[in-house]
Design a protein around this ligand. Structure first.
Ligand code: IPM
Ligand code: MN
Length: 359
């Protein structure tokens, strides 16, 4: 039987609560689908930082490299200055483990309300491949003459051909494997960012023409992309874009698919250790109340199984999530909807685990 070592990083706020439900579901799936997970706990986050001053030591990075996959709850603590934990934990793991793809499906499950009028699960089903290792996130910069009237702030968007090519290759291959509309849309800003997106555009067409003749290539500017995502989401199959634009459009994507309560993502290193997470934050004000929606985290676990090659278990879990959401048990995905339905974080986890058990 295949055994996977899973690094568990509950993190801050409601992160540990949603991870608990994700693990609950994984535990049932192991028995049903015949594999085994061994969990290794990584207790990093705001509380530990406040207690010990330690954000994420180099030894933890080495240990994280050794697991088969990382399952992350959420990072962000109200008593820690913004940036310290996000950069020191989340971005540090992404960069050090070279998780150069951020894969974020935008999929409307049946029974889930979307603010996009007259669109349903048939229209809202696309995937964003966000470059996750470079761009403006890691470009040079600095502040000169701080706190003077002549202050200068610089933040550079830098991409190498290598970084662009490896992301495009993943996106083309993913589009091929998905085999839905076989269309890959490059989202850029070639009309203004004429250096960086010129490189992206040339690389996109060169690779597509040479190696992926069966994939249709499309292009949309970032601003137009946000418009089409709302107006005609069915136009998209797979979108590939840089780090910053990908960050922004996947929050929009989360809303289009019904809210942060279902939005999951994978930080993927196709040759190394990947990390899966719900893309919403740590929701500190709900910590310990057992009211936050764990479905995004459970869906991140689903992506993790798929990535590990446990495709049968992944398909079962996708069905269980879909059936649960389609059953009408929840009137919506928010905390107030969960309370209204007399549900809770752990009850939702139980319900999905039970559906898997009954399959
Ligand atoms: C995300 C988040 C992170 C990002 C933050 C917390 C650093 O917004 O995963 O999308 O900007 O990538
Ligand atoms: Mn974001």
């Amino acid at each position: 039987m295949k055994t996977y070592k899973i690094g568990i990083m509950g993190g801050d706020g409601t992160g540990p609560e949603v991870i608990r439900e994700g693990v609950k579901v994984l535990d049932v799936l192991q028995q049903k689908a015949g594999f085994k997970c061994e969990y290794v706990d990584f207790d990093f986050g705001g509380d530990r930082y406040i207690r010990t001053g330690e954000v994420l030591p180099a030894s933890a990075i080495d240990d994280l490299r050794k697991v088969d996959s990382i399952y992350l709850g959420a990072i962000g603590h109200p008593d820690v200055k913004p940036g310290i934990l996000e950069k020191g934990i989340l971005l540090r793991v992404r960069f050090e483990l070279d998780q150069y793809i951020n894969l974020r499906p935008v999929k409307l499950y049946p029974g889930v309300w979307t603010p996009v009028k007259d669109k349903g699960p048939d229209e809202i089903d696309f995937v964003v491949v966000r470059e996750n290792s470079a761009g403006i996130y890691t470009g040079g910069g600095g502040i000169i003459k701080k706190d003077t009237p002549n202050e200068v702030a610089i933040q550079e968007m830098v991409y190498t051909r290598f970084e662009v090519d490896r992301c495009l290759k993943y996106a083309f291959e993913y589009t091929q494997k998905r085999n839905k509309r076989n269309t890959l849309t490059l989202c850029g800003k070639t009309n203004v960012l004429t250096y960086v997106f010129d490189l992206w555009e040339r690389a996109f067409h060169a690779m597509g023409e040479k190696d992926f003749p069966g994939i249709k290539r499309d292009y949309a500017h970032i601003d137009a992309t946000t418009m089409w995502m709302v107006k005609n989401p069915e136009w998209f199959d797979v979108i590939v874009t840089g780090n910053m634009f990908g960050d922004i459009i996947t929050d929009l994507g989360a809303m289009v698919q019904g809210g942060m309560g279902v939005a999951a993502g994978g930080n993927i290193n196709p040759e190394g250790t990947s990390m899966f997470e719900p893309i919403g934050g740590s929701a500190p004000k709900y910590t310990g109340q057992n009211v936050i929606n764990p479905i995004a985290c459970i869906a991140a676990g689903q992506m993790m199984l798929d990535h590990l090659g446990e495709t049968k278990a992944a398909a079962m879990l996708d069905q269980a999530i879909s059936d649960f959401l389609g059953s009408g048990t929840l009137p919506g995905l928010s905390v107030s909807d969960i309370k209204k339905a007399g549900m809770s974080t752990s009850k939702i986890g139980d319900a999905i685990a039970q559906r898997v058990q009954d399959m």
